[in-house]
Write a protein that binds this ligand. Structure first.
Ligand code: GLN
Length: 482
């Protein structure tokens, strides 16, 4: 096996035994990027020199820490991510590096500080390989809305990798890094994970700090890992989680710790009737996910149908609440403080021309929709109404979780679609999110894990867990994986 193909877990074992160095693993990733990324276009920037320097430093730390007493755990005090090459989505700020959120308006923006999660990775010795492509300001399901060109799906380069964290998903799927971070506002970690055949985890809202994440819709955004295994996702989560006074939405809860299970006896998994009744589910996707559910049952889980009212409404709520927050969050890109600025114009013209030139069509569409929904006379009918339905959705999940420990659906209704197939039809693109947005609207943790293929394209199994029960969720996912 090539070093860039390793999971984090395996890489750690080899590093701890002194059989490989972080430099070798990092170099293998850089070689893969050089060989493949011309075609895939997962990365917007690769930090080759910095990465190799960070790898060398990690190797020195590890040398000082060796020999390791295996009984004492890993790396004698080193973080599990020490020396591990990872990639960052282009909306996560790393001080001194470009950060554009896939937008023209931030083309020349250099991050003034590192976000909390990025800081944690750097402090724990992770090797940051570069920044990955994404839909502009994380709005999209295909990376086709990036201002810097589309990322290709490594399984079929005529197809999209999903989005908006498509660059991160493709980079992990094509072994250009061992893991990557993404952000998920309505499915942007899980859907690309599904379409690229990797694991993608959105933690509970409040588990991970978003300080230093370029905001899309602040009441929904979460940062999480894309990895090659469930165990790796757990590992990354344990390194990035935690309350942070710089993000007041982070919760004061016990740290997540993996609690792996031998079998799933006593675990109840619900199939939401309304979700499974969706007509748009592709036949191959349906049968693969049903086969996966059978496997969960064979592992001891009790599978039952449950009611989850408002499945379709969750999509409607999302596509109201999210644009409202987008219109507020993106008002800061006015040509005055950050990035692009059209000069020598009146104040109003500066705003207008900068935004028209700097923002793409999808982003402008959402700003307009959100501004409209928040405007006087419409606010009550749209925004307030959506917030009321959001509450009902929340209550619906609460009721479901009194009966079951997790909910199961496909991650996305389809496998990877062709580049260009949905760009002229925003509604078709939005329907990609039908199974994922519920977890954001209710703030629940959810994961996508590969579950076979349909016509040679990966299918994702979607599991939603109870609030802050990532340990249970990941245990079920891992038991499925093996
Ligand atoms: N595909 C969804 C959208 O376009 C999700 C985006 C996200 O999670 N950032 O809004």
């Amino acid at each position: 096996m090539k070093l860039n193909e390793l999971t984090i877990k395996k890489a750690r074992e080899l590093l701890d035994k002194g059989e490989v160095s972080s430099r070798e693993i990092t170099q293998a990733c850089l070689d893969q990027i050089r060989a493949k990324d011309g075609e895939i276009h997962a990365f917007l920037d690769v930090y080759e020199d910095d990465a190799l320097k960070a790898a060398d430093k990690s190797d020195v730390r590890r040398k000082d820490a060796l020999p390791v007493n295996p009984a004492a755990g890993h790396g004698a005090g080193l973080s599990p991510l020490d020396g591990i090459p990872v990639a960052l989505k282009d909306n996560l700020m790393l001080q001194g590096k470009r950060c554009s959120a896939g937008s023209k308006i931030l083309e020349n923006y250099t991050a003034a500080y590192s976000g909390t999660v990025v800081r944690k990775l750097v402090d724990q010795g992770a090797v940051i390989l570069g920044r990955t492509n994404m839909d502009e300001f994380a709005m999209g399901s295909s990376t086709e809305h990036s201002a810097y060109g589309v990322t290709k799906n490594p399984h079929d380069t005529k197809r999209v990798p999903g989005g908006s964290s498509g660059g991160s998903a493709a980079a992990v799927a094509d072994n250009m890094c061992l893991a990557a971070l993404g952000s998920d506002t309505g499915g942007s970690i899980r859907q690309p994970a599904s379409l690229c055949g990797v694991v993608g985890l959105k933690p509970t809202y409040g588990r991970v700090s978003r300080y230093g994440l370029i905001a899309m819709a602040s009441s929904l955004d979460q940062i999480g890992p894309l990895t090659k295994s469930v165990e790796d996702a757990a590992l990354v989560l344990s390194c990035i989680q935690g309350q942070d006074h710089k993000d007041q939405t982070t919760a004061d809860v016990a740290d997540f710790k993996p609690a792996w299970k031998q079998d799933l006896k006593g675990v109840r998994i619900g199939m939401p009737r309304q979700a499974w009744a969706e007509k748009g589910i592709d036949g191959g996707v349906r049968s693969q996910v049903q086969a996966a559910i059978k496997k969960l049952e064979e592992a001891g889980a009790e599978i039952k149908e449950v009611d989850l009212p408002y499945t379709d409404e969750a999509l409607a709520v999302y596509y109201l609440v999210m644009p409202c927050e987008v219109s507020a969050n993106l008002s800061r890109f006015d040509g005055m403080r950050y990035g692009l600025r059209e000069k020598d114009l009146s104040l109003f013209e500066t705003y207008a021309k900068t935004r028209v030139k700097g923002l793409g069509a999808e982003v402008r569409r959402r700003i307009l929709l959100g501004t409209y929904a928040l405007s006087k006379g419409y606010y009550d009918a749209y925004y307030v109404q959506a917030k009321k339905v959001q509450k009902l959705i929340h209550t619906g999940y609460e009721a479901a979780f009194r009966d079951v420990d997790a909910l199961v659906t496909p991650t996305a209704p389809t496998t990877a679609f062709k580049i260009g197939e949905k760009t002229d039809d925003p509604l078709a693109m939005y329907l990609e999110d039908v199974f994922t947005v519920g977890a954001n609207v209710a703030g629940l943790p959810a994961i996508s894990i590969p579950c076979g293929e349909s016509d040679d394209l990966p299918v994702g199994l979607h599991l939603i867990g109870n609030w802050f029960k990532e340990d249970e969720l990941l245990a079920i996912a891992k038991r499925y994986e093996h």
